[in-house]
Ligand binder design. Sequence first.
Ligand code: PBG
Length: 313
Amino acid sequence: MAAIRDMVAETYLSPAHLIYPMFLVEGNNIKEEVKSLPNNFRWSTDRLLPEIESCIKLGINKFDLFPAVREELKDKMASYSFAEENFYLDAIRKVKEAFPEVVIMSDVAMDPYSSDGHDGIVEGDKILNDETLPVLAKMSLAQAQAGVDIIGPSDMMDGRVGFIRDHLDNAGYTDVSIMSYTAKYASAFYNPFRDALDSAPKSGDKKTYQMDPANKTEALREAELDLSEGADMLMVKPALCYLDIIHLLKENFTLPVTAYNVSGECAMVYAAAQNGWLDYERVVAEMLLSMRRAGADGILTYFAKDFAEFVKK
Ligand code: PBG
């Protein structure tokens, strides 16, 4: 009987576990669907605010915001990321003003602002790790000043968590948390996201700073570093092909572990569902539950709002 199955169910999934990634764009009255990620949009701030309100009503109260930046504003040093007139920082301020109770997470990496489309500074065919750290720290501080609650360094430069933590603490932002992209793999599942932000690398790939999908113990080493540098939460990304890594970090560390159910994982489901090949509602619930079962405390997912709607039905 269902009542007994519910009583003995070992894993529980609710909208409270979910963080909803959303794409922002400069301008007014814009709600533009991302072609390779149906059901997800680039929002101008005026359209984003009512959307956030409708998510809150469904029990979604954590959002990870990403900016789609005009090509003319990009440069080699990602200087727009901390510019005074940055529309993304302005959007964060407006969301926190309208809904002080929601949690806003941000993305820290150079790619959406970089004319090279890389997460760090490019010189020839190299990514300059140490030179990138001050840029990431400045970006993080600007986001904290705008009202961000959780800083999400997705850049994968070595030493960035400690560097950002010091910079935030010195400026008085000791209560802003850091959710480190601990084990972020050089994955083929990020393409729809890069379409959404038009942020694909102009040359080369991200294999010199993102992890090799062949590696597992490396994730433990990365987690040890993040812990020692002051991360508040660990993240594994992508989620589906990396459930073993989620499990590994959960078993070996006491920090909360989150999973990023990335754009390509969601796009596959949308495509199959649109063709009538899979039952969208059931597949979404099963996928998200598998991440919780593997050990994820929280899940970043483009399915957040839809899942909350299914639960409400
Ligand atoms: C930026 C960043 C990426 C994602 C999150 N932050 C793309 C990348 O590393 O190229 C991917 C998220 C997704 O696919 O949903 N550094």
